[in-house]
Design a protein around this ligand. Structure first.
Ligand code: DX5
Ligand code: ZN
Length: 217
C-alpha cells in the first residue's frame, strides 16, 4: 500500500521541514497538486517550486495536474524529476495522444476522473496504456472536504476492469481519505491513498503515526 501525502495541506512557509519528516517513510509518494485557477478555483505551485523540492528528497514525486491545458504542463514540468504525471480526463480532448506524449517524458502516467465522471466514458483499451487511475473522492480544488461514499463502488468497478483485463495499473483515491474509510477503499481494490489534511493537520512530529493509521486502519 502506497500512501501519498498531499502537500496541499503542508506548511507552505516551511515545506522543507514537512518533506524531510516524510522522507524517513517507505512506500510513500509525495503528492503534488498542481492547480491553475481555471480547471479548478484554486492556484498552487509550478515547476520552480517542484524542482526545489526535488533537491532535498528522494521520495517519488507524484503530480496531479488539475489544469485545463495538461499538454503545456507536460512540457513545463518535464525536467523537474517527476515520477508520475496524472492529468484530468475532463481536461483533455485527445486523450490517447496525451498519454503517448506523457509516456515519452515521464516514468509513470496517470489519468484522473472527477467524482461525476463515469468509468464508462473511457474506451477500455486506454486502461492498457496507463500506469495509474486516480479516482477523485471529492470535487477537486481544495483539501479538507468530506469523502464521497460512492467512490467505494467506483473503486470496486475499476478493480474488476483491472482484473478482467489482467492489468496492473495502480488505483489511487484522492480526497477526504481518513482512517474511517481507508479499510473500505483497500478492500475494494485501492492500492494508493492520497491524504492531505489527515496527515498534516495532526501537526509535525505526528505524520508517521497518521500514515500508519491509513496503512492499518
Ligand atoms: C484536492 C486535491 C487533493 C487534496 C486532498 O483537489 O487533489 O490531493 O489535497 O486533501 P484531503 O486529503 O484533505 O481531502
Ligand atoms: Zn490530488
Amino acid at each position: 500500500m502506497i500512501i501519498s501525502p498531499s502537500l496541499l495541506s503542508a506548511n507552505f512557509l516551511n515545506l522543507e521541514q514537512d518533506v524531510l519528516e516524510l522522507s524517513k517513510e517507505s512506500n510513500l509518494w509525495l503528492h503534488l497538486d498542481v492547480m491553475d485557477g481555471h480547471f479548478v478555483p484554486n492556484l498552487t505551485f509550478g515547476p520552480i517550486v517542484v524542482s526545489k523540492l526535488k533537491n532535498f528528497t528522494k521520495l517519488p514525486l507524484d503530480a496531479h495536474f488539475m489544469v485545463t491545458n495538461p499538454s503545456d504542463h507536460m512540457d513545463w514540468f518535464k525536467d523537474v524529476g517527476l515520477t508520475n504525471f496524472t492529468f484530468h480526463w475532463e481536461a483533455a480532448t485527445h486523450h490517447d495522444r496525451l498519454i503517448q506524449k506523457a509516456k515519452e517524458l515521464y516514468p509513470s502516467v496517470g489519468i484522473s476522473l472527477n467524482p461525476s465522471t463515469s468509468l464508462k466514458v473511457i474506451e477500455s483499451y486506454i486502461f492498457e496504456k496507463v500506469d495509474l487511475v486516480l479516482l477523485m473522492s471529492v470535487n477537486p480544488g481544495f483539501g479538507g472536504q468530506s469523502f464521497i461514499e460512492g467512490t467505494i463502488d467506483k473503486v470496486r468497478e475499476l478493480a474488476a476492469i483491472r482484473k478482467n483485463k489482467n492489468l496492473s495499473f495502480t488505483i489511487q483515491v484522492d480526497g477526504g481519505v481518513t482512517d474511517k474509510n481507508a479499510q473500505k477503499l483497500i478492500s475494494a481494490g485501492a492500492d494508493n491513498l492520497v491524504a492531505g489534511s489527515f496527515v498534516f493537520s495532526s501537526g509535525k512530529g505526528n505524520y508517521h503515526q497518521q500514515i500508519t493509521k491509513l496503512r492499518n486502519p
